[in-house]
Design a protein around this ligand. Structure first.
Ligand SMILES: *[C@@H]1O[C@H](CO)[C@@H](O)[C@H](O)[C@H]1NC(C)=O
Ligand SMILES: *[C@@H]1O[C@H](CO)[C@@H](O)[C@H](O)[C@H]1NC(C)=O
Length: 261
């Protein structure tokens, strides 16, 4: 008798090549993100260089930039790091906080080739002194007190669709008066906005009133972490470079992290 396991293994072997993303696993994405974190800690690409395609792009604060003069060329003592992985889009998101030698709160998405093996884009939002409500030490204290452990029970993980709907509804609140009601607000829910902690996270949430829809949305979706990160052009309020990360628990919004230039 052929076991279900054997059939599954056979089917998996058959279907993997046609998916074209056989190696875009969490392990591959997280490993590349760790090379990125090491690069930021050292102020030099190091092992990350081996993963980059020859024509990879570096983007900093929504603009094409030179990696040699960007924030990645500054060695930072990393006080906090958190990585989420999107095994469908073949991308990762890493949140970094450094307080020394220069304070930074950084959100970086890495985009991979479809097979996961190489990185085609380093897309960074890097906030420092002068950014909205900036105080890296305070942000660090708030974020370290949160629980972002993986959601191990698959039945409790939010779907990719719910994560994307939530992020889009949230970012649409500025320009769409009914978007507020489409956000699955949780209780409790807190928003770390620069160094400001807003709880409940509905505090200050707009109900339309702005003209320009938040645009250029780049998503990293990770159901296992209950997370979606969106890098965007915060067009509603002057077109500043921005990262919004959302964590859902039991289908409801639990945490929001914003990095705004
Ligand atoms: C990243 O954070 C983890 C804990 O979440 C820690 O074990 C690891 O050492 C950190 N990496 C760096 C480079 O700071
Ligand atoms: C505004 O948001 C609501 C709720 O998400 C949605 O149904 C509607 O289509 C949106 N309107 C526009 C113009 O995007």
């Amino acid at each position: 008798m052929v076991s279900n396991k054997a059939v599954l293994a056979f089917l998996t072997t058959l279907s993997l090549p046609s998916l074209g993303a056989a190696d875009c696993s969490r392990a591959v994405l997280v490993s590349a993100a760790e090379s990125y974190i090491a690069a930021q800690a050292n102020g030099a690409l190091g092992d990350l260089a081996k993963l980059l395609t020859s024509d990879y792009k570096y983007r900093e604060n929504n603009k094409a930039a030179d990696v040699k003069t960007g924030v990645l060329a500054t060695a930072l003592q990393i006080a906090h790091n958190k990585t989420t992985a999107d095994t469908v889009a073949c991308a990762s998101y890493t949140e970094l906080i450094a307080t020394t030698p220069k304070p930074y709160v950084i959100g970086t998405q890495l985009r991979h080739t479809a097979d996961g093996a190489q990185v085609t884009l380093i897309d960074t939002i890097a906030a420092t002194t002068g950014s909205l409500s900036f105080n890296a030490a305070q942000t660090l204290a708030y974020i370290e007190a949160e629980d972002w452990s993986p959601i191990t029970d698959a039945a409790q993980q939010p779907s990719r669709a719910l994560l994307q709907q939530t992020a889009d509804a949230y970012l649409d609140m500025w320009t769409n008066a009914s978007a507020y009601d489409a956000v699955p607000w949780g209780t409790p829910c807190e928003r770390i906005e620069g160094s400001a902690r807003n709880s409940p996270c509905t505090v200050g949430a707009p109900r339309g009133g702005f003209t320009n829809r938040i645009s250029d949305r780049r998503y990293v979706i990770d159901p296992e972490m209950g997370s979606i990160d969106v890098l965007c052009n915060f067009a509603a309020v002057g077109g500043v470079a921005d990262s919004h990360e959302f964590r859902l628990e039991k289908g409801k919004l639990r945490y929001v992290h914003t990095i705004t230039l």
